[in-house]
Design a protein around this ligand. Structure first.
Ligand code: FES
Length: 219
């Protein structure tokens, strides 16, 4: 059942956009923050608010891998297995995490504490291999460090991302993805030396992006 407060927040999200259906993605994140997954009732509520069919909402909710129709863990662990991370040890990190949790891709531990996902490139290749916890980064993580993070979370300890922010729950993160500010956006560095290395080199070489509209067809 969708509570009145959740329904009101879903309507609030839809109201942010000139075309209400543009709010569907953050609305689905809000459902996950409240229910831990996208439920049938949640799909019906979104369809009703947006004037869509439940089939249309279901099509979106099942197309993107960040939405789940089964309850996820309190902490959602992601391990990047794309080549940039894999060749620097990402596959070993993934194997260690699977072994520690006793689950594989898209599965949840029996106690509901953790869910695990093999994730695609997170645009954090400069810090490979990366693991995410509730979408916060653990940069240059080793198999041992990954298991230690999970041990600490399992023990109820406060864990920080290697980029600074304190890690909450997956549902907390889903609420932020729904567009509700948690007041933590200023935590941690905005960008570090490695992230800015390409920009620095481009400046050294005097490179500039072409002005909009000046490119010829085929360039
Ligand atoms: S390949 Fe893992 S973050 Fe890009």
């Amino acid at each position: 059942m969708i509570e009145a407060t959740t329904r009101a927040e879903l309507e609030q999200i839809a109201g942010r956009y000139p075309v209400a259906r543009s709010g569907l993605l953050p609305m689905l994140h809000l459902l996950q923050s409240v229910q831990g997954h996208v439920s049938t009732e949640g799909i019906e509520a979104c369809a009703d608010i947006l004037g869509l069919s439940t089939a249309e909402v279901t099509a979106v909710a099942t197309f993107y891998t960040m939405y789940h129709d089964e309850p996820q863990g309190e902490h959602h662990i992601g391990v990047c297995i794309n080549p940039g991370c894999a060749i620097l040890g990402g596959d070993d990190v993934y194997a260690a995490v699977c072994s520690r949790l006793g689950i594989g891709h898209d599965q949840v531990t029996a106690d509901g504490k953790f869910s695990l996902e093999r994730i695609e490139c997170q645009a954090a290749c400069t810090h490979a291999p990366v693991m995410t916890v509730n979408w916060e980064f653990m940069d240059r993580v080793s198999p041992e460090a990954a298991v230690e993070v999970i041990d600490r979370l399992a023990a109820g300890e406060q864990v920080e991302s290697t980029r600074g922010p304190k890690i909450g729950t997956w549902r907390d993160a889903e609420r932020v993805l729904a567009g509700f500010d948690d007041g933590k956006s200023g935590d941690g560095p905005a960008a570090d030396e490695l992230m800015l290395a390409g920009l620095k080199r481009a400046k050294e070489l005097g490179m500039k992006a072409p002005a909009v509209g000046t490119q010829k067809a085929g360039e």
